[in-house]
Design a protein around this ligand. Sequence first.
Ligand code: ATP
Ligand code: MG
Length: 171
Amino acid sequence: MVNLINSLLYLASSEEDALRSNKVSLRKIAMDLVKSHLAPGRMVVLEDGLPVIAAGDSGKIETAVSNLIDNSVKYTREGGKITIRVGKTDCYGTVEVTDDGIGIPPEDLPHVFERFYRSDKARSRSTGGAGIGLSIVKSVVEAHGGRVEAESTPNVRTTFRIYLPLASTAG
Ligand SMILES: Nc1ncnc2c1ncn2[C@@H]1O[C@H](COP(=O)(O)OP(=O)(O)OP(=O)(O)O)[C@@H](O)[C@H]1O
Ligand SMILES: [Mg+2]
């Protein structure tokens, strides 16, 4: 099992140069994922914003953002709201996924990116999952030269934010 997961994480990464040769619209990825996550009793909203073009592998970035949305869906009660924001800083494009679900206690937050780590085992068991989604997210963004952050106030607001290097505007 551990070997299998290590191979998956390796596939999620791969060479940075090769990864960063393509231009990827983060807004387009977010729009597509909002559509594919629509379901009755669930509110998934993409906030307005400008197009943001990152350098990377669109399939892998889509996998990363999709994992964040899947978590928000899984850890938010029915009728909850999930908000996606696409933006940028000086050098990075950002995708932020916020939910108003159960959240993550402060003592668990530093560990959620570890392989197989799941907050509150008893509760988590009923939602299923292996605890690898966020390791894949971390592996993908770091392979792109980016990073991922998390903030949570349990039962109020939980935000995961990924940073991906912007594509150069030249050429
Ligand atoms: N949006 C969120 N709200 C509350 N808890 C979260 C959220 N995202 C992640 N977590 C916590 O972090 C843990 C690790 O998340 P991760 O995506 O790696 O695993 P998983 O969702 O449990 O399983 P898998 O993604 O492999 O199906 C989760 O088990 C959950 O406890
Ligand atoms: Mg997950």
